[in-house]
Design a protein around this ligand. Structure first.
Ligand code: GLV
Length: 326
């Protein structure tokens, strides 16, 4: 008999086909999160699940799904998982690292450039018919990216991919991470480790690439923003909640920093509407990994993890090896 698995929201038909060769698939073929009660109800008789970052998997959900053996997130971040509760329940948890690094690093760069050169505001202004003649002192001065200092907070795979791209702009690259990279990795991305305070004070472009957890909640708040240069730009392609959005709004309103570009927010998609009234911030809807090819790779990797987990193999991206007694 085939194991029963849930796919919690719309992915790609190719992924469902692949899963269908191994499992009886209950597919919520809608690109919207299942309400928590429905998610719990549909997991009740399942051995495995493909979940998205909008699905909360915690002790209450697990209590109602006694046969569950694996939850496989289609994301590198897994703050939608209560990993301790999942491990306690003896359920394997997986994520999708690696396959989205370059696409997300590209997005960080798109946001760096947009914020530095005010691309979104300029586009709106042109469309509004406000451009009446070319000017030299045109009021559209931006900040240079080339030869500036790129600061990266959170130097995992994506941070390193962002850093490598800085070579083309001949930038100085500094980073802060709990653990310092090996010397060879620092050389490969031409990046120097600094204390967090030095990073905040020196960066012209500060890119956040931390995972979200209680330890990184509001890692950037009023005190940190106050240390940044008035000409600096803050870029967040990691997770909402790492930045205190209310503090950032105040800093942008007072032009305490030059600008921000945000792909993620606290309480997304219900972001603080005050962002929308500011022209020194670029806003995108959590699309860091969103190229078709990358989203396909992520979903396929989650499927690989689930197939391995339910066929007695160790899934390639197991987050809690202790459930295997390893
Ligand atoms: C996307 O936000 C991810 O964590 O993969």
């Amino acid at each position: 008999m085939k194991a029963k698995v849930l796919v919690s929201r719309a992915v790609f038909p190719e992924v469902i086909e692949r899963l269908g060769a191994h499992f009886e698939v209950d597919y919520h073929d809608v690109d919207a999160a299942l309400p928590p009660a429905q998610l719990a109800a549909r997991l009740a008789d399942k051995q495995g699940a493909i979940t998205l970052l909008s699905d909360r998997i915690d002790a209450a959900v697990l209590a109602g799904a006694p046969g569950l053996k694996a939850v496989c997130n289609v994301a590198v971040g897994y703050n939608n998982f209560d990993l301790a509760a999942i491990t306690q329940a003896g359920v394997m948890a997986t994520n999708t690292p690696g396959v989205l690094d370059d696409t997300t690093a590209d997005m960080a760069w798109a946001l760096i450039m947009s914020s530095a050169r005010r691309i979104v505001s300029a586009d709106k202004w042109v469309r509004a018919g406000e451009w009446l003649g070319w000017k030299f002192h045109d009021g559209w001065f931006g900040n240079d990216v080339h030869h500036a200092t790129l600061g990266i907070l959170g130097m995992g795979r994506i941070g390193q991919a962002v850093a490598r791209r800085a070579a083309g702009f001949e930038m100085r690259v500094i980073y802060h991470n709990r653990t310092r990279l090996a010397a060879a990795d620092e050389r490969a991305c031409r990046a120097a480790w600094v204390e967090k305070e030095a990073l905040l004070r020196q960066a012209d472009f500060l890119v956040l690439l931390l995972p979200y957890s209680p330890a990184t909640h509001h890692a950037i708040g009023a005190a940190e923003l106050a240390l940044m240069k008035p000409t600096a730009h803050l870029i967040n392609v990691a997770r909402g909640g790492i930045v205190d959005d209310a503090a950032l709004i105040a800093a942008l309103q007072q032009q305490q920093i030059a600008g921000a570009a945000l792909d993620v927010f606290e309480n997304e998609p219900a972001l603080d509407k005050r962002f929308c009234g500011l022209d020194n911030v670029v806003l995108t809807p959590h699309i860091g990994s969103s190229s078709r090819a990358t989203r396909m790779s992520m979903a396929m990797l989650a499927a690989d993890n689930l197939i391995a987990a339910l066929s007695g193999q160790r899934p390639p991206n197991l987050l809690n090896p202790e459930v295997l007694g390893a």
